[in-house]
Design a protein. Structure first.
Length: 153
C-alpha cells in the first residue's frame, strides 16, 4: 500500500519537477515529503473554503496521495492556513473518520491561533486529532500519547 502511494507521489513529483512542491488539484494541500518511516507530510495554506476546495468531489488528500490515502500515516501542517469555513471543518471530520475506518492515522498540527480558536469553540479536537506541533503529531501517529490542544476557557 505504501509502495503504491510512493509510486503515485513520485510520478506526480516527476511531472511537476519545475515547481517547488506538488500542489493538489484543488490547490489547498501540497505534498511536502514522504519520510523513510512512511509518514507522509502534507501542508495547507491560505484559506480553506468550499469555494477553494470543491469538497463534494473526491477528498483533497486523494488528489495528492491516490486512492489508498486513508490507509497511511499523514501529518497535515496548518501553520499557513489563516481561515477555514464550515465546509472545511466538515472535510476535517469526514477525513478523520475515513482514516479511522481504513486503519490509517491522521494528525493535524501547528494550527494558527485564529483557526485553532474556531476549532476549539466547536470542540473539533474531540473528533480530529489536533496537535500543537509536528513533533507531537509525529509521536501521535506513531502510537504514542498525544499532547492535544487544550480548549481555551
Amino acid at each position: 500500500m505504501l509502495q503504491h502511494v510512493l509510486r503515485t507521489a513520485a510520478s506526480r513529483l516527476e511531472k511537476s519537477a519545475s515547481r517547488e512542491r506538488l500542489v493538489a488539484d484543488n490547490s489547498i494541500l501540497s505534498l511536502v515529503s514522504i519520510e523513510q518511516d512512511g509518514c507522509i507530510r502534507v501542508a495547507s495554506s491560505g484559506s480553506i473554503t468550499a469555494a477553494a476546495a470543491h469538497f463534494l468531489g473526491k477528498n483533497p488528500l486523494e488528489s495528492i496521495l491516490g486512492a489508498t490515502w486513508s490507509a497511511n500515516r499523514v501529518l497535515i501542517d496548518m501553520s499557513r492556513t489563516d481561515f477555514i469555513d464550515s465546509a472545511a471543518i466538515g472535510w476535517l471530520i469526514a477525513t478523520a473518520r475515513e482514516f479511522s475506518r481504513r486503519g490509517g492515522r491522521l494528525a493535524v498540527h501547528s494550527v494558527t491561533p485564529r483557526v485553532r480558536q474556531m476549532l476549539n469553540l466547536l470542540k473539533i479536537g474531540q473528533l480530529v486529532p489536533l496537535l500543537s506541533d509536528e513533533e507531537s503529531a509525529r509521536r501521535f501517529i506513531n502510537g504514542n500519547p498525544p499532547t492535544l490542544f487544550a480548549a481555551s476557557a
